[in-house]
Write a protein that binds this ligand. Structure first.
Ligand code: DGI
Ligand code: FE
Ligand code: FE
Length: 204
């Protein structure tokens, strides 16, 4: 096992083996990249490396589910489906992933579960762990389509709060360009962190 603490009901190598079976090769590589990047950022910014690693490994565990499977899962488990999620059911893979992490992999830590649940939209007032997993999802080494990746990677190391605002802004802009509906949670998160940044700038 890596580290001293385990937040899952198996060893980390066992978890990785089961991810390799469940995810397609590209998603598996992405998942390893997020886990590695989240753990690296956690060490740099004083978060738990094991928690970041675990959340990174499990964040896209529900990605293989089809839209219909995600909707059915939520109904069966009585997980709420927002209007935005009904329009774009892939948004549910965070919420469903958190439930799978809890029920299949024995994750009890609420911060890890939140980092998995909110890794796509973010949410106002995230914990540092949630922020680092959110950023890691965007900048991990196998990502290549996102805008300004080098700059975002640099910011993730130097100033994760800044990286977060920029990533949220670019995501909302990208969604606007593609015509995809913006989840009110994504919009709310952007506004909350922009207001926080403005407050900080006024103080300086
Ligand atoms: O699961 P991943 O591909 O690793 O990454 P993700 O969970 O961040 O999902 C990425 C996609 O989600 C990307 O195409 C942008 C999209 N997304 C993020 N916020 C929203 C959104 N899509 C919609 N429709 N609405 C959002 O608010
Ligand atoms: Fe995802
Ligand atoms: Fe991801």
């Amino acid at each position: 096992m890596i580290g001293n603490e385990s937040y899952v009901n198996c060893t980390i190598p066992e978890l990785i083996l089961s991810l390799e079976k469940r995810l397609n090769p590209k998603r598996f590589l992405h998942t390893m990249g997020v886990a590695q990047t989240a753990a690296f950022l956690a060490v740099l910014h004083g978060e738990s490396r094991e928690k970041a690693l675990t959340a990174g490994l499990l964040h896209d565990i529900a990605k293989p589910f089809s839209d219909q499977e995600l909707m059915d899962f939520c109904k069966r488990e009585q997980l709420p489906i927002s209007e935005a999620e009904a329009l774009a059911p892939y948004l549910l893979h965070g919420k469903v992933g958190a439930r799978l992490a809890r029920d299949e992999f024995g994750v009890k830590d609420p911060e890890i579960l939140n980092a998995i649940e909110f890794h796509t939209t973010g949410r106002p007032d995230m914990s540092l762990l949630e922020i680092l997993v959110f950023i890691a999802d965007y900048i991990e080494p196998s990502r290549d389509r996102q805008q300004k990746l080098n700059k975002r990677r640099q910011q993730a190391v130097a100033d994760p709060g800044k990286a977060l605002v920029k990533i949220l802004k670019d995501t909302v802009k990208y969604l606007g360009q593609t015509g995809a509906p913006v989840d009110p949670m994504t919009q709310k998160t952007l506004e909350w962190y922009q207001a926080k940044a403005a407050k900080k700038n006024r103080k300086e």
